[in-house]
Design a binder for this molecule. Structure first.
Ligand SMILES: *Cc1c(COP(=O)(O)O)cnc(C)c1O
Length: 461
């Protein structure tokens, strides 16, 4: 044995704790009813293990907490801003930084700047807010992810890949001048945290460059993607994570990042680009929608903690190894128990295949939402629906978008829960699975027009 640890065990020890409480089934039944059977509407106090999202739920390090004290809150030209510029440049490689309050702030600015009415924006699957901003800017999102991404039984390791034939077909059909950029997401969230290969990203960038289409990354989860490349792609096993991450970004003209994920902070995000002129135009919008160009949507102290988090996430390879290792641990337990989940297990969570678990519930009765509610009632574990409710309605026809996947996402916050919490989660999923015939469908009592999954309310059918 060399230096490599045998297990993915956490590369930190716990210095401070936040108590959580286990509630009774009766209390959880009341709470889920009160919440309209929508896990987004539960109070976190009523949740035992919160796997709703890994967004903004990371535990910061003692070094990050220390940085909060040295934040420079100057309105213009804050020292903390320049520290953040340096961190993004050193770790991601982009020269121009536009700080935003979170990822969607960056998506809003990028979409408004580059997309015109009638444009097409290809992407490797969609992310909810990303597609929302593309459509709000007048664009039409076109899915160009490989077919394997939509097949929960496929073990293909690179389900995040762009299908170049689909992309070329779109370019042939509408012309490159109607495509302002391709939106390439690393470790595709909605596909289950599935990575793309470096070879595919390189080929996508090469093709796009040849037809004059910029590649804009959603680099929110690029760190986790880098880990899968190191583990599984030929030629990368001995390359440090930091280097792989830099190479990923090298195949793009810019990126939007939600810092609430890989970057280990509770709030923040950025748009980063190489082109000075685009950056100038972005800053003009930033002032209108977020804040002055040297703080955008963040306090000085938040920029300090973010700069530290960006460096910390790649300081050694141990952080990402433990982060993804914990996710794989939970996934492995469920696979061993015969629970239908998306495979391979992705980078940030385990995705239960609700359509396979609850075949008796038609898609129009929201099987993934029903399973999420049932899991909460069983154990106080909070997951998230990622199925027909999240997909929303088609603007033209008014009908539901009908995704091929009905998933319940159990997302693991970074550096927050222990292996014992993963065990409890697995036990509860198995319990619900064993009594799955008792889970019924749901119907809307309130359906919002936009991003309906956040505020929708349901009742049992
Ligand atoms: C979370 C997320 C976003 C949106 O970022 P927010 O900070 O929540 O606004 C965009 N893309 C991906 C892949 C994400 O995971």
């Amino acid at each position: 044995m060399g230096e490599r640890r045998r297990s993915w065990a956490e590369p930190y020890k716990i210095k401070m704790v936040e108590p959580i409480r286990m509630t009774t089934r009766e209390a959880r039944e009341a709470a889920i009813q009160e919440a309209g059977y929508n896990s987004f509407l539960l109070r976190s106090e009523d949740v035992y293990i919160d796997l709703l999202t890994d967004s903004g739920t990371s535990a910061m390090s003692d070094r990050q907490w220390g940085k909060l004290m040295v934040g420079d809150e100057a309105y213009a030209g804050a020292r903390s801003f320049y520290r953040l510029v340096d961190a993004v440049h050193d770790i991601y490689g982009y020269e121009e930084l536009i700080p935003t309050h979170q990822g969607r702030g960056a998506e809003h600015i990028l979409s408004q700047l580059l997309i015109s009415e009638g444009d097409f924006v290809p992407g490797n699957m969609y992310f909810t807010t990303t597609r929302y901003h593309q459509e709000a800017a007048g664009g039409t999102f076109v899915d160009v992810i490989v077919d394997e991404a939509h097949d929960p039984t496929s073990l293909f390791p690179w389900k995040g890949n762009v299908d170049l034939d689909k992309l070329k077909a779109l370019v042939d059909e509408v012309g490159a001048d109607r495509i302002p950029y391709i939106s390439v997401e690393t470790n595709v969230n909605m596909a289950g945290g599935q990575p793309m290969s470096m070879a595919n990203l390189r080929a996508t960038h090469e093709y796009c460059s040849s037809v004059g289409i910029p590649v804009m990354l959603d680099a929110t989860r690029a760190l986790e993607n880098a880990f899968f490349i190191q583990q599984g792609e030929e030629g990368y096993a001995d390359r440090p994570i930091a280097e792989i991450l830099r190479e990923i970004c090298s195949y793009s003209e810019g990126a939007t990042v939600s810092s609430k994920k890989d970057n280990l902070v509770n709030i923040g995000g950025f748009l980063a680009v190489r082109d000075e002129d685009l950056a100038r135009r972005a800053r003009a919008m930033l002032v209108a929608f977020e804040g002055l160009h040297t703080y955008g949507g963040m306090a000085g102290r938040d920029m300090e903690a973010l700069a530290e988090g960006i460096r910390e996430m790649v300081d050694t390879d141990d952080h990402v190894r433990a982060r993804v290792g914990q996710v794989q641990y939970l996934g492995g337990k469920l696979i061993d128990a015969g629970i239908p989940i998306i495979r391979p297990v992705g980078g940030h969570g385990v995705f239960l295949d609700a359509a396979a678990i609850l075949p008796h519930i038609p898609q129009d009765e929201f099987p993934a939402a029903a399973l999420t509610a049932a899991l909460y009632v069983d154990s106080g574990v909070r997951g998230m629906e990622r199925g027909i409710v999240s997909a929303g309605r088609d603007r033209a026809t008014g009908d539901h978008h009908r995704p091929k996947l009905e998933l319940v996402r159990l997302t693991i916050p970074r550096r927050v829960y222990t292996q014992a919490h993963m065990d409890v989660t697995a036990e509860s999923v198995i319990e619900v699975f064993e009594h799955r015939d008792q889970v019924g469908g749901l119907r809307f009592t309130y359906e919002p027009d936009e991003l309906r999954f956040f505020q929708a309310r349901f009742e049992p059918v």
